[in-house]
Write a protein of this length. Sequence first.
Length: 498
Amino acid sequence: MRAQSDEVALSTGRRAWTVGVMCTAVGLVIAMVTIVNAALPALAADTGASQAEQTWIVDVYTLVLAALVLPAGALGDRHGRRGVLVAGLLVFAAGCAAPVFLDTSAWIIAARAVTGLGAAMIMPATLSIITASFSPERRGRAIGTWAAVAGVGGLGGLVLAGVLLEHFSWHSVFLGPAVLSVVLVAASLTVPTSRDRHPHAFDVVGAVLSALAIGAVVFGILRVADLGWGDGTVLGSIAGGLVLGALFTGYELRRASPLLDVRLFGNAAFAAGSVSVTVQFTAAFGMFYALAQYLQLVQGYSALESGLALWPVAVTLFPLSLASAPLVRRFGLGTVTCAGLAVVVAGMVLIGQLDAGSGYAALAIAVCVLGAGIGVTAPAATSAILDNVPPSQYGVASAVNDATREIGAALGIALVGSVLAAGYRDSVRSATAALAPPAREAAEGSLAGALAVAKGPAGDHLAVAARTAFAHGMGISMLALAAVVVAGIVAAAVLVRR
């Protein structure tokens, strides 16, 4: 079956406009994660949100986005991708605007869930519209641009939040994205649409099973930071998600028109692309999570300065994203994927070498190396997923790409959070042994807590020891991320060889 697409009738200018609008939309979706992270201290102080409520304000967006992106992509395939995109932008705008008018903790959590629903509708539509607007031999640079924007969208969120928070209240970090979403609604009405010409009935059971399976796995991973990997809630959620995933697979294999044809994962390139995207985002979001704290608490940067300090990642990421497709044609998907992921490992190792006294040059070089690896591999992986499905399934394939990104991002933050915390506690204990129990508990709980205690009688010695301990824990966590990426290299190599 062919998708309803008029690529040959589109002018160069209209294709460029389409790519620009779609990249802006996906950049906004990614940025909304870090925007709220940056505003959380001010939001919590104003609303009185508890620590548990703050966690849900951050996590519910990712949870809903990851759980619903696959059904949303399938809806776009069946009913028109532009229509689902526009509807998603309207839902996104409503969710972003809601906290401006009612700012209780419960309301903000509910609004973030609505925003996540809008994001789930937006993400697969943006990539599938781009893919359907270009012939296979011409879409490489467009997908490379999309992947680059998706890769640095989190940094854009940090910078935008920093600018807004310097001049306005925390409400501005919700109102700004809401206004931009409304502007994007108007812009999106001008881009081409596409859909499956012969859509089948929507797979409701498959949609429910996929949402529950992905949601349970992501929920379990998100709870790791608070509960630890050995907690029953974490293990039960992840195990339950895997069981539901197996049920989803069995159900889809028996359907003539499944929500997702799971046989696609038998295609080596499709599977390798999915593995590559997952480990890339595990590394990237784990790195951003650690470095945001390192720059502010160890190096003394402001939130805005921290976002700006990480932008050298784009120096290599953007140009290499545009070069990814020619490199794959020249050297093959397996070679480019494995080489690019090896560069990501090198970036992780370099970041892990940073300590409390490292200068900015060392940081800039490390993130440039990481950006080079992601720049080469992200478009290649995304293209491997999209190029191996028929046009009628572009939305679902885009959703697979998006779901693996969200799972990888959640895994990266959980892994770094748990490993860094353990490494920090083990390293700082020698400096906290003489403290009173409440102060010792606060100092060993986090670097922020140690710096607060250090303002009292504990003095500068504790502050220096805590910053050193944090850098030590961060180094261990970067090695853990590097090990995950190495496992991804092995898996991708085996898949492509097969």
